[in-house]
Design a protein around this ligand. Structure first.
Ligand code: MN3
Length: 245
């Protein structure tokens, strides 16, 4: 933690609101008796624990990959997001926006990374213990309605994942304007995103997600990954975000 961040936390007031899914908002610095300028609300983002053991997704995703991915890569996005938001709060306090483009880009990249990885851990489960199989209930009906069949959805999603140029994701979204389910790619953690959609599930196809076990064979990783997809959790995501048509 750098000094800037520590100072923000030291001066943090009471918790401003209930904790969100991936962070707890704080009042960074209320207008004090000395008249210091308020920095506005600041959220302290934290790395959520994996909901299962590092080796729980073996043999499809190996323990070494999960350890590095969660403890190093995801942790890095959390740190980067906290730093970017602290720097933007500093800019508000000082009025110096010379680096606003840089820190805005860092906030989007690391914020996207934190959000998507938090979702990624949750929408996987050990094979046979929530992982694998096919969706059921209203989500299964909606996939059939919007893609024609589960097989057609799976084929499009797999092709999107295998075809991401460079580092990125394939994501299943629900579009808020009409409720339709759509598959999009995302490059890095945030590019190629349409703004009118909510991600329900996705696969990380950065090399760090598969290179230890699968080397350069992203296709084999994507094909194996379906064995650990947690359809009950994705069904919960769909119900929680479901758009009224
Ligand atoms: Mn990743």
């Amino acid at each position: 933690m750098d000094n800037t961040r520590r100072d923000f936390l030291k001066t943090a007031g009471t918790v401003a609101a209930a904790g969100s899914v991936i962070g707890v908002p704080f009042a960074a610095s209320a207008q004090g008796a000395s008249g210091e300028k308020s920095l506005g609300a600041l959220t302290e983002h934290t790395l959520p624990p994996l909901p299962y053991a590092y080796d729980a997704l073996e043999p499809f995703i190996d323990a070494e990959t999960m350890t590095l991915h969660h403890d190093k890569h995801h942790a890095g996005y959390v740190k980067g997001l906290n730093e970017a938001e602290a720097k933007l709060a500093e800019a508000r306090a000082s009025g110096d926006y010379a680096l606003v483009q840089h820190w805005s880009r860092r906030a989007a990249f690391n914020g996207g990374g934190h959000y998507l990885h938090t979702m990624f851990w949750q929408i996987m489960a050990p094979n046979g213990k929530g992982g694998g199989g096919e969706p059921t209930g209203v989500l299964a009906d909606k996939i059939k309605e919007d893609f024609g069949s589960f097989e057609a959805f799976k084929a499009q999603f797999s092709a999107a994942a295998k075809g991401v140029e460079g580092s990125g994701w394939a994501l299943l979204h629900q579009r808020v304007t009409d409720g339709r389910l759509i598959v999009l790619q995302a490059e890095n953690q945030q590019k190629l995103t349409s703004w009118d959609c909510v991600p329900l599930m996705g696969i990380d196809v950065w090399e760090h997600a598969y290179y230890v076990k699968y080397r350069n064979d992203r296709g084999a990783y994507v094909d194996a990954w379906w064995n650990v997809v947690n359809w009950p959790k994705i069904g919960e995501n769909f119900s929680a975000h479901m758009v009224k048509e």
